[in-house]
Design a protein around this ligand. Structure first.
Ligand code: PAZ
Length: 323
C-alpha cells in the first residue's frame, strides 16, 4: 500500500464531493429537539467516540479501520452525565456505549450474565447490583433527555454528522464543550477516485492512493462553533512526537485544550496542553493497580475539564458584562 499525501482537499469542498450518511436528517431532528429541551444554563457536551472506517470501494466490501474501541468516549460520557452535563454521544456503530459498555466487547458475552431459575431468566446474583446500577443510570439519563446517541461508521458519516451537530449547537456558545475523542482517519479515498465494485485480486498486488483528510478542526474552531469550549485529542506511539504535535495543534487551530496520550499508556496517563501550559502540561495519571481495580482515568480527566469549562463560561460571562 502506498499513500499519496500530495493532494490536500479543502474542508469546505469536501461535503460537495461526498455522500451524506442516511441518518443525517434523523440526527438533525433529534439533536435539534434535544438541544431545545435543555434549560438555558444547561452545560452540554458533544463526545465523539470510536474509530472511523475508510471504504476502499463504493460498493464497500473492504475498508481501512483503526484500533479504537470507544472506551475513552463511553466512559467519559458517563462521567459527564454524573457531573450534570447533557451529552450528545457521537459514536462509531458497534463500539462501546455508555453503561452498556460493561457487558459488551470483552471476553464474556451477554448470556454469561444470565441464568434460568424455575423457568425464569434472571441476572446472576453476583452481577445484579452492578447491572442494576447501570440499567438505572442508562434509563434515567435517556428518559430525562440528558443522553442522545448518534451513530456513524465511515469517515464521511462522521464528518457530516460533526458539522451538522456543530451548526445546531453553535448559538449556545460557551456552555457547549466539544470532547473529540474519536480516532478519525487521517487518510481516505474520495468517492470519485474509488473503485465502484469489489477490487479484483486477479490483477495482482494492490496499490492504494489515499488523500489526506482535510483538517476539520480549523473550520470547526474558526467558523462552526467559535465560542464553544473545544477539547481535541492527540494520540502518538513515538514519545518524542507527542508534545510537539500537541503544541502544534494548539498553535494551528487556537482552541482550548489538547489531551495528549500514548497508545500503550492511555488508560493511566494523559497530558493536558493549553496555550498557557504549552511547555508544562498538566499530567493526569492513575496507577496500574487503580486500573486493574476498575478505576477509569476518564473520571479525573472529565472532572478537570469540567472545572476548566466552568472557568471558561465564567470568563465569557464576565466579558459580556464588561462589553
Ligand atoms: O477508544 P479508545 O479508548 O480505545 O482510545 C481512545 C483514543 C486513544 C482513540 C483517544 O484517547 C484519542 O487519542 N483520540 C484521538 C486520536 C487521534 O486522532 O490522534
Amino acid at each position: 500500500m502506498t499513500l499519496d499525501m500530495r493532494r490536500i482537499i479543502d474542508p469546505d469542498t469536501y461535503f460537495d464531493h461526498n455522500l451524506p450518511p442516511t441518518n443525517l436528517q434523523w440526527a438533525h431532528d433529534e439533536v435539534d429537539k434535544f438541544v431545545k429541551t435543555q434549560s438555558p444554563d444547561q452545560r452540554i457536551v458533544l463526545v465523539t467516540s470510536g474509530g472511523t472506517t475508510v471504504p476502499l470501494e463504493n460498493n464497500t466490501v473492504r475498508f481501512v479501520d483503526n484500533f479504537s474501541a470507544g472506551t475513552r468516549g463511553s466512559s467519559s460520557a458517563e462521567q459527564f452525565l454524573a457531573m450534570g452535563y447533557a451529552v450528545i454521544f457521537l459514536y462509531r456503530e458497534q463500539s462501546l456505549q455508555p453503561f452498556n459498555r460493561n457487558y459488551s466487547h470483552n471476553t464474556r458475552g451477554i448470556l454469561s450474565y444470565l441464568e434460568r431459575i424455575n423457568g425464569q431468566i434472571r441476572v446472576k446474583p453476583e452481577w445484579e447490583e452492578k447491572m442494576g446500577r447501570d440499567l438505572d443510570s442508562y434509563q434515567k439519563y435517556t428518559q430525562e433527555g440528558k443522553l442522545l446517541m448518534v451513530n456513524f461508521t465511515t469517515l464521511s458519516d462522521y464528518l457530516f454528522l460533526l458539522r451538522e451537530v456543530s451548526l445546531l449547537v453553535a448559538s449556545l456558545g460557551p456552555r457547549v464543550m466539544f470532547y473529540l475523542a474519536a480516532a478519525v482517519s487521517d487518510f481516505f479515498i474520495p468517492s470519485h477516485s474509488m473503485s465502484e465494485h469489489k477490487i479484483q485480486s486477479a490483477s495482482g498486488d494492490l496499490t492504494l492512493h489515499m488523500n489526506q483528510v482535510p483538517k476539520f478542526l480549523r473550520p470547526l474552531v474558526k467558523n462552526w462553533v467559535p465560542q464553544c469550549f473545544i477539547v481535541s485529542f492527540k494520540l502518538e506511539t513515538d514519545p518524542e512526537l507527542l508534545g510537539p504535535k500537541a503544541r502544534h495543534a494548539l498553535e494551528k487551530y487556537g482552541h482550548q485544550v489538547v489531551v495528549a496520550n500514548m497508545l500503550n499508556t492511555r488508560k493511566c496517563q494523559v497530558w493536558l496542553f493549553t496555550k498557557e501550559e504549552a511547555q508544562n502540561p498538566a499530567i493526569i495519571q492513575i496507577s496500574k493497580e487503580d486500573v486493574d481495580a476498575g478505576k477509569d482515568i476518564e473520571q479525573d480527566i472529565v472532572e478537570e475539564l469540567a472545572r476548566r469549562h466552568q472557568q471558561y463560561i465564567a470568563n465569557a460571562q464576565q466579558q459580556d458584562l464588561s462589553a
